[in-house]
Design a protein around this ligand. Sequence first.
Ligand code: PMP
Length: 306
Amino acid sequence: MSKPVAYLEGKFVPLEDAKISIMTHAFLYGTACFEGIRAYWNEDDKQLYVFRLLEHFQRMKNSTKITRIFLNQSAEELSEITLELLRKSDFRGNDVYIRPVAYKSGLGIGVKLTGIENNFCCFATAYGKYIDTSKGLNVAVSSWAHVEDNCIPMRAKVNGAYINAAYAKSEAVDNGYDEAIFMNRDGHVSEGSAENFFMVRGGKLITPSVSSHILEGITRATLMQLAKDEMGIECVERVVDRSELYICEEAFICGTGAELAPIVSVDRVPVGDGKVGPIAKKLQSLYYDVVRGKDKKYMKWCTPVF
Ligand code: PMP
């Protein structure tokens, strides 16, 4: 049995004892940034592999720089803390979701980013699917516009920004869809509620560019590389129009939580023939092998815990 341990204020503590004050700045104003990381259990190797651990903490260090949440630890040290947490929690036999948070830990009122104490905390939990990726998703274009870089930088994975995602996801689900696709205020496609977006047109993979107010996703980068190296498909990063959603051959969203989730309709218009497409299917199966450490060519992305 695992016994989840958290990291808080420089110490490992039982998860149930990891508490913060209701006066914490991050709680009052959303002044924190986070990562979502997955670790996959490989039964053959009897090993838990964390997927692209260092890259997640390198992104977190960039997030903290943008949000001025200064941490003393390097990306390498934060990775080490996480590995120690997973060992102490003993998640053998389980897939795991890891949630590190860098936050404004000072207490009290005052909307600002400077002059407030900063801290780092982390917990992990046994976790399965975020989205059922076995069948295609029916998605809707959201009536909510996506936050923009000079509003709340999405690149920084700011906790407070996720109210925007929550609005879009809830609207979609309340209206009978599985997920939302965000437009920017300029009318171009941005991303899903907490996933990056891809489509296939003319056999080519296309994804909104990094200037489309997206999070620069690690799954996005992983899939672009796998498509190129394993399938010989180059991905074009460019502005994507709304009308392209209705005529593309395939579409899917991706993220650490969502993994690769194919889309079969947008606003009830079937994507392609309304079935999961061959490129999405193949990439998904490659992705699952890679993250679980079954494809030995990509072991550099899998950090063993034990
Ligand atoms: N966009 C947003 C807004 C997200 O929250 C996420 C999940 N972290 C992603 C995209 C996908 O990013 P990643 O592949 O790095 O998990």
